[in-house]
Design a protein around this ligand. Structure first.
Ligand code: B12
Length: 226
């Protein structure tokens, strides 16, 4: 069997080549050989970046982006990946409502954030993609989450995110919910423009921020295996 280091490079190449069977097969082997699920996600992500670059340079087309998305979802479904994100908690530490903002249908990053947040003890209500601001408001009223997560991958989603925060404020809900914006294009400046309490470029740091918020509000983590 190839050693892990070599496998890592090959996985990135296979994603770039959109070789679905090859990625799944090698990803399974790498998991069996002990690769950390988060490391595997990083590798797939790196491959996705390459696909994105090829799309920008017009060597790849929209169908190729679709294929890349399917490959990522297949990897997330692998038994060891799914198992990594499933831990049982006797008590949830907090509630997160999450959706991808209007104009954006990318949902893989949101799903990764959701899985990681659930694995860290949060209850997560996912309201989907291309979500209008009015729906964010009504679902916040209905579900009373501790945290609202706004996902957006397209750079122009910053405006839609800002509109959601404005709508939440207008509805008199701003003081009842912390807001985190997620997307790898976000910056400190963008976060200020949006009016969110924080932002994250990746799911792990986003979940960490949410845990810190719950911790500072006096929340207590209780795991089933504690
Ligand atoms: C797969 C893909 C698609 C698939 C999406 C499938 C799906 N189910 O999601 C499809 C085919 C639908 C698609 C469509 C389009 N896409 Co596209 N797509 C991609 C691609 C290749 C991968 C995206 C992805 O899943 N990445 C992997 C995940 C894990 O990363 P992520 O989404 O960034 O998520 C991480 C963080 O952002 C963060 N995060 C995300 N959400 C949240 C939420 C919270 C609360 C937190 C804390 C964190 C967080 O954590 C995640 C994990 O760490 C990227 C290229 C790339 N490099 O990303 C282009 C890319 C994003 N797409 C692009 C474009 C242009 C489009 C289209 C406009 C193409 C077109 N002409 O139609 C359409 C837009 C449709 C729309 N209205 O949304 C551009 C965006 C350019 C820009 N500046 O905005 C990119 C960058 C490609 C490129 N380089 O040109 N796409």
């Amino acid at each position: 069997m190839e050693d892990l280091k070599k496998m890592e490079g090959t996985i990135i190449d296979l994603v770039e080549q959109l070789d679905e069977e090859g990625v799944i097969s090698l990803a399974s082997q790498a998991l069996d050989a002990g690769i950390q699920p988060l490391r595997l996600l990083e590798l797939i992500d790196e491959g996705m970046n390459r696909v994105g670059q090829l799309y920008e340079s017009k060597e790849y087309f929209i169908a190729d982006l679709i294929m890349a998305g399917l490959i990522f979802k297949d990897v997330l479904k692998l038994e060891k990946m799914a198992a990594h994100f499933q831990r049982s908690y006797s008590k949830r530490i907090g509630k997160i409502l999450i959706g991808t903002v209007k104009g954006d249908i990318h949902d893989i990053g949101k799903e990764i954030f959701r899985s990681m947040a659930e694995a860290n003890g949060f209850e997560v209500i996912d309201i989907g993609v291309d979500v209008p601001k009015e729906l964010f408001v009504s679902r916040v009223v209905e579900n009373k989450p501790d945290i609202l997560g706004l996902s957006g991958v397209l750079t122009n989603t910053i405006e839609a995110m800002r509109e959601v925060v404005e709508a939440i404020t207008r509805a008199g809900l701003r003081d009842s919910v912390r807001i985190i914006a997620g997307g790898n294009h976000l910056t400190e400046d963008a976060c200020r423009f949006i009016g969110a309490d924080s932002y994250a470029n990746d799911a792990s740091s986003g979940v960490k921020r949410c845990r810190d918020w719950i911790g500072s509000a006096g929340g207590k983590e209780v795991r089933a295996d504690d």
